[in-house]
Design a protein around this ligand. Sequence first.
Ligand SMILES: Nc1ncnc2c1ncn2[C@@H]1O[C@H](COP(=O)(O)OP(=O)(O)OP(=O)(O)O)[C@@H](O)[C@H]1O
Length: 502
Amino acid sequence: MEESTAKKSVPVLPWMRSPVDITHFEDCPFDLIPCLDPRLKVALQKLGFSSLLPVQIAVWQETIGPGAFERDLCINSPTGSGKTLAYALPIVQRLSTRAIKCLRALIVLPTRDLAVQVKEVFAAIAPAVGLSVGLAVGQSSISHEISELIKRPKFEAGICYDREYLMQGFESSVDILVATPGRLMDHITTTKGFTLEHLCYLVVDETDRMLREEYQSWLPTVLKMTRSHDESIMPHVNSFFPSVFGPLKTIRRCGVERGFKGKCYPRLVKMVLSATLTRDPSKLAQLDLHHPLFLTSGKRRYQLPEKLESYRVICESKLKPLYLVALLQNLGGEKCIVFTSSVESTHRLCTLLNFFGDLKLKIKEYSGLQRQSVRSVIQVNILQQDIEGLPEGEIQVLVSSDAMTRGMDVEGVRNVINYDRPPFIKTYIHRAGRTARAGQAGRCFTLLHRDEVKRFRKLLQKVDNDSCPVYTVPSSSVESLHSIYVSGNFLDFFPIDELIMH
Ligand SMILES: Nc1ncnc2c1ncn2[C@@H]1O[C@H](COP(=O)(O)OP(=O)(O)OP(=O)(O)O)[C@@H](O)[C@H]1O
């Protein structure tokens, strides 16, 4: 269950009560960023960026700047504010001076799509300073993944003939690994030569979601492996060539580090992030944070993107699908994501919308049931438009359940539509956050029956949003759609009562 978000709630944890306010920072051009490696500056410019965003500056200060990575960071910053680069850039900059390649940074995310997206960000900057990035998400077979991650000694029938490799043993092919918890655990438990012994940085993105589920106890396992040089938790290490394994050793001493008794040194630096970061002490305790620093945006617990406009569309339940079609028509060809409450609703709604073929809506479905990634769904959508030569400005619509609410960065989404009312404020934040990203404008429409308005307004008060004006869909559009619906035999396929999905 989502935790309650009482108005003006005060965090229980003392260190959360005196946060760094990210809103006090402003965009800063690269030339003014202290110590930024010029090679990284060029890589960022190739991405089309010219400055760092506020959250990126705030994190830079606490890592490469005066903060010098001395504290673990808990970052609560709105959707689309640029959190990925906020952690990627300092990690890459710091590792750019490393002498020997080994796995030093691990980024863990809840889904494959998100991990692929984050890997792309690292891959855009890390090679500029000679670092390699790997992905462990189960996108390919485990043997292929292992071959990408580990440089193995040459063995034949269990015998190693290559003296040089024999001396070197296994080596990591990557400095940075982006992983989902399941595949990470596969490598920890079964992949020979996979070690977290040298890990310096651990990032837990979408932290509240990551801490909500156990994911095969990946977190305690990772923390245990990085706390001491204890090989007993990696049974294959001892049973397999112990004399040649791991020529490079990272010894973590247990002692007093800057007054913190019992911490290992060198310690694992942790960064945890979300747009809806948990404040639950018992959940955060699992991370074993060191002298944590809380970075958050403004005084409110949750914040919506600055340029997001929220609207409600009041409609009769019976005519909800038709209101949606009319709204899509009204949005004049802008890219939209429509959210429903379940995979079944997504499928039914998408099928219905596609029946309105004359309306020239190009619609795709995305749900957790589909194997295809969100991005490839979007690409297919664009591709089809090219092939069929449909007129420019044609509406592109992705219908989705909450499977893709978190973190997905889909370019050019101008509108989000909540076909079903989001049950929690966190759901609203993550859905709405697929638009209005990186300082762009965006709109979020929520279709509501009159009876739902009060509850919805109460929900929005949690993000200090008292003004959620009504967006009026012309009733004439709905009426003409209704006659198409009635005359088009839709009723046989989609009895209107079944389309009302709450
Ligand atoms: N310095 C920058 N200048 C311009 N655009 C940027 C910059 N940094 C990141 N972006 C863009 O901002 C968008 C949002 O970034 P990102 O996905 O990291 O946001 P986020 O805060 O992690 O969002 P969410 O909470 O939804 O996961 C991306 O499209 C990214 O390319």
